[in-house]
Design a protein around this ligand. Structure first.
Ligand SMILES: Cc1ncc(COP(=O)(O)O)c(C=O)c1O
Length: 423
């Protein structure tokens, strides 16, 4: 029995399902990690994988990025939690306001779920309406407002027990990339407070917005006094410095961030128009609070991350896109030489392969993918030292640390793995 199997046996006794987040489990047991550096993850069994899970997108600069680690280390010597304001929170908020198009004010929180939950509350308070519209396959965290037809780990669990039906009843779900469906849903429920969306769906595999779609969503929400929330937990600071909003040139009213903001430390943010953000307590009457919000360790990590991304943006984003493009080109060649019916979606530093010949443009088309084949691909890649998220309904992430060696090795592994999947 190897070490990971032993550890999983122990874990199952004290952690439900043996893990602390359902997406981490796969049959028969997941490998256990001991360390990570750059593009690589090392396991309890001393194996080293090229990592494309990258903390589900969080590790934009790569694991253990030196300036981030140095900033954390130096903060540790000066205290880890004050629960009174610090000048460092102001500096971080100022940086976010500088690079994020919609950000006039910022509230720091700890996780993406917290950010989306409070952004929705803010939108309800601002519009004095209750309804929420989300998109099929969009994932915004594990709270009651948004756990309907959600992606990520929830893709395998269409409804969660314990969700308050009364809360979920106010959430309507419409197909992505279909502006007319959104228009109809808003016309049907004049009580829509907000539309919350991942501008690029990254939790049902990777699905890109069709040309002009995000502009349409912006127009429809504006015309109907509906707050538009871009959930940029995945795309923020990753797709571009200004996130998907900067990339596509579409400005929402509010945006939520997490993952890449802290390059691996827990920190998240709600950002947006002053008029709405100013309604948060203690300035306004929308209650939101957290002991760990703006904690100095996470703030130090986020500040160092943003400093690096800002300073080296002309090197970082093109390098990640180039690495990603060369992997995707290689995967496409491997698909044709294995004579498989697949489609591949990619943008910036994100990609995913679907086992369907159909173009994947929304949740319904993503669901046509053969998940058994994907599972086989995952196993075959793992045998070749490549770790991708273990689900068809996730996205693979390239970091600044991935290099040509990694991409060559990855393409070779996909080439061999896809031939095995075909058999
Ligand atoms: C787009 C999106 N929003 C929100 C969340 C929830 O973030 P967290 O897991 O930090 O609560 C996630 C997590 O994967 C996400 O991908």
């Amino acid at each position: 029995m190897n070490k990971s199997e032993q550890l999983f046996g122990r874990a199952k006794k004290v952690l439900p399902g043996g893990v602390n987040s359902p997406v981490r489990f796969y049959d028969p047991y997941p490998f256990f990690a001991t360390s990570a550096r750059g593009s690589k993850l090392t396991t309890a069994d001393h194996k080293t994988y090229v990592d494309y899970c990258m903390g589900y997108g969080a590790m934009v600069l790569g694991h253990s990025y030196s300036s981030v680690i140095d900033a954390v280390r130096s903060q540790l010597d000066n205290g880890t939690l004050f629960c009174v304001p610090t000048d460092k929170e102001i500096k971080l908020a100022e940086m976010i306001c500088k690079v994020v198009p919609c950000a006039e004010m910022v509230r720091l929180v700890n996780t993406g779920s917290e950010a989306t939950m409070h952004a929705i509350r803010l939108a309800r308070a601002h519009t004095k309406k209750k309804g929420v519209i989300k998109f099929e396959g969009g994932y915004h965290g594990a709270h009651d407002y948004v756990l309907a037809k959600a992606g990520s780990g929830a893709a395998s669990m269409p409804t969660s027990e314990g969700v308050l039906e009364e809360a979920a009843a106010h959430t309507a779900v419409v197909p992505y990339n279909d502006a007319a469906a959104l228009q109809r849903a808003i016309e049907k429920d004049r009580g829509t407070a907000c539309v919350i969306m991942e501008p690029v769906l990254a939790n049902i595999g990777l699905v890109l917005p069709e040309k002009g779609y995000l502009n349409e969503v912006r127009k429809i929400t504006q015309q109907n006094d509906v707050v538009l929330i871009f959930d940029e937990v995945v795309t923020g600071f990753r797709l571009a410095l200004g996130g998907a909003s900067g990339f596509f040139g579409v400005k929402p009213d509010l945006a939520t961030f997490a993952k890449a903001l802290g390059n691996g430390l827990p920190i998240a943010a709600i950002a947006g128009r002053k008029e709405i953000m100013g309604e948060l307590a203690p300035a306004g009457r929308v209650y939101q609070a957290s002991t760990f919000a703006g904690n100095p360790v996470s703030v130090a990590a986020a500040t160092a991350t943003l400093e690096t991304l800002i300073e080296a943006k002309n090197a970082i984003y093109p390098k990640m896109a180039k690495t990603c493009d060369s992997i995707v080109d290689g995967i496409k060649d491997a698909i044709s030489s294995a004579q498989l019916e697949c489609s591949v979606n990619s943008i910036g530093s994100m990609f995913q392969l679907f086992f369907t010949g159909e173009k994947v443009k929304d949740e319904a088309s993503a669901r046509k993918a053969n998940v058994a084949m994907f599972r086989k691909l995952f196993d075959e890649l793992l045998k070749r030292d490549i770790f991708i998220p273990p689900s068809q309904f996730e996205t693979c992430f390239v970091s600044y640390a991935h290099n040509e060696d990694d991409s060559d090795k990855t393409v070779e592994a996909y080439d061999e793995a896809l031939r095995r999947v075909k058999k």
